[in-house]
Design a protein around this ligand. Sequence first.
Ligand SMILES: NC(=[NH2+])NCCC[C@H](N)C(=O)O
Length: 405
Amino acid sequence: MKPGINNYSEIGKLNKVLLHRIGNEIEGLVPDNFERLLFDDIPYLKVAQQEHDKFADLLRANDVEVIYYVDETVKALKDRKVRQEFIRKFVSESDIHSEAVKEALEEYLMGMTVKEMVEKVISGVKKSELDVKSNSLADYISSGYPYYTDPMPNLYFTRDQGACVGNGVSIHHMSTMARRREALLLQYMFKYSKSFAPDGTNLWYDYDQAYSIEGGDVLVLSDEIVAIGLSQRTTVAGIEQFAKNILDESTFQKILVFDIPKCRAFMHLDTVFTMVDFDKFTIHPEIEGPLQLFEITLGKDGNARFNSIQDELENILKIELGLPAVDLIRCGGNDAQAAQREQWNDGSNTLAIAPGTVVTYERNYVTNDLLDKKGVKVLTIPSSELSRGRGGPRCMSCPVNRDDL
Ligand SMILES: NC(=[NH2+])NCCC[C@H](N)C(=O)O
């Protein structure tokens, strides 16, 4: 295993992964805020945690080191000054319009142990926790709202806030307000935790950059090609900046931009397309094509070059990966009802932990069976509650280190 961050494929043997154990932040979900907080239902926390623990246990049983957002952020925020800076930034980005409230929040969070503070930042600070004497119009108008700082129920989709690509990290500007502050935790991990990001780790994109990118759109197709979805969440300007940084300073040669429909069903590229083996992919039937792609490479003069490609997914993958044939495994097979049902529960959102070995949700039995018939080793996890957040095993994991192929 190479040290530090090392991620040159979607399928190399997984050695280290960053997860977030779903926590109290989920209890902030109510039907009124579903749309804003990007949920369709409320997971039952106790069972969701049991399911998440099974996911982590399965990874450990397969020789994967599991690290968690809370622990890693705690390590990064040991120093009091760094902690103060982090809290200030967190509070300033939590949509608070009263100075008195900001000050009270900073004092409240600084008074906690580092672990309590990080957990609180994730689960949200309720108004009932603080006694603020404020006489502002902002507080008056929002007096019926229970939180000073919103919870982060989507943090367990650790794929999205950032991505480890090659020997670097991409820290994302998330598309929605509901998820923006999640990546702040990753930014501090990157800056202040050497055990997470040793000296020399590259930075491909940063939290403070202006345009959105989300990690569900980033797929490391090979050690030369990174695929990115131009999607509802990932912008063309974000892709361009990411491409410039990574092509300039890494061994990657090409960014392959998949122009996918800008709608929630296609939320990220990994909702409709993931790699499970050298030549096998799980897909949502609607991604078969013809597709519009754009290629970004660097010319000899160091300037970006663009190229447009229109083709079927199958041909694109064969050409780009230099393979004689590829197998596209449709979520739900040819049964239209199973396809819709299993797509809704992220049947094509598989996490490869080695070439041809994947983790999937147990409930997607039609797709799992198909994978099995194609010779893929399928390891399943229970998912009655986890699936309610509309993300699967790939979204719930951020690979930090994989063996090279
Ligand atoms: N990589 C992914 N597909 N992530 C799924 C994230 C789901 C989450 N509720 C959201 O809307 O952001």
